[in-house]
Design a protein around this ligand. Structure first.
Ligand code: SAH
Length: 257
């Protein structure tokens, strides 16, 4: 495909994604609790409606391991009680400290792009509520996650343990630096937006590894980018869609306070 055609495709897809999947949609989500079947049924419906058959032209999620993980992780346990009834709507929700849990489609989309296999080692930057980490933990046993806000790291660690995801390792710190003690990683997912690909994360990616990150300016939409490190160490980048994430913070001073 020529550069121009490629750009047109990207822009078309961006519009589609930003309208529906990424920037959320207006309209009141249904209350889940008074629906028959409770949380489990609400989760199955979320997977069917928003992931397997999203409104066109948003591409459906097809990876069966990802769909299975999304059916299993109780998202309502990762959002504040006030938002619980909206837990299975396709929306981002506030989790405190000015941060948000991404919408389910985006979590599934990024996880699918990681092409994670059981047994592989994955690093997440931006633990937040711990939801994305739990989804990863449904696919592989080896999940590492770094969060810069100490309180969120502590709450996520406790929540993950309570829900049976105690194997996930959560660290409080600046994820820009990765987690060198556990590198290399087969997959890296960044859930806050850096302006450029953080060099330490690229260094900590194993040959054959994949990194998925929203790259771009803090105050606008970013480009969801997939970086692949080939076996010979060279790097290949692909821009997939437009998304909106909170910025990746870059100071460790905030982490120490
Ligand atoms: N993945 C999360 C949502 C992420 S929101 C979930 O599933 O709930 C983005 C998170 O990235 C926020 O919690 C924010 O505090 C964190 N963050 C921002 N900059 C960071 C950095 N440099 N290192 C680690 N975490 C960072």
């Amino acid at each position: 495909m020529g550069r121009r055609a490629e750009l047109t495709r990207l822009v078309r897809r961006s519009v589609a994604l930003s309208g529906v999947a990424v920037l959320g949609f207006p309209g009141a989500p249904r209350a889940q609790q008074d629906q028959p079947g409770g949380w489990r049924a609400a989760r199955d419906r979320m997977v069917e409606e928003h992931l397997r058959s999203p409104p066109r032209p948003v591409p459906p999620i097809r990876d069966t391991a990802v769909l299975r993980a999304m059916r299993r992780v109780p998202r309502h346990e990762f959002v504040p009680p006030a938002y619980r009834e909206h837990a299975y709507a396709n929306r981002p929700l506030p989790i405190g400290r000015g941060q948000t849990i991404s919408q389910p489609y985006v979590v599934a989309h990024m996880t699918e792009l990681l092409e994670l296999e059981p047994g592989e080692k994955v690093l997440e930057v931006g633990t937040g509520s711990g939801y994305q980490a739990a989804v990863l933990a449904e696919i592989t046993d080896s999940v590492f996650s770094v969060e810069i806000i100490e309180e969120l790291a502590r709450l996520a660690r406790r929540r993950l343990r309570r829900l049976g995801y105690g194997r996930v390792r959560v660290r409080h710190g600046d994820g820009y630096r990765g987690w060198p003690e556990h590198a290399p990683f087969d997959a890296v997912v960044v859930t806050a937006a850096p302006e450029e690909i953080p060099p330490p994360l690229l260094r900590q990616l194993a040959p054959g590894g994949r990194m998925v990150l929203p790259k771009g300016p803090a105050d606008r939409t970013q480009t969801l980018t997939v970086v692949r490190k080939r076996l010979d160490g060279t790097v290949d980048r692909r821009e997939v869609s437009r998304v909106r994430f909170v910025p990746l913070r870059r100071d460790t001073a905030g982490a120490r306070r």
